[in-house]
Write a protein that binds this ligand. Sequence first.
Ligand SMILES: [Zn+2]
Length: 84
Amino acid sequence: MPYINTVLKCPCCGAAELIADSRDLPHTYKGKSTVVAAVQGNFCPACGEVVLSRSSGDRYGEKIGQFQQLVDEAERERSFRGRT
Ligand SMILES: [Zn+2]
């Protein structure tokens, strides 16, 4: 996801003006879903592209990383148990 500080047009579709907002962003990893609450960014009303500010992008990435780690750990545990 690109980091842009002054956003006017959507970098994805270029059609619409982005709307600065704070929203809950869903994320899916290996079939598991989570929601990162109150992510601040600029949202495209046309195509749904999200441009995050640097700080919220870092926070979002961190949450996603933690979630993926949990999913990976649960998966390891399952396959471990399956073998015994
Ligand atoms: Zn767009």
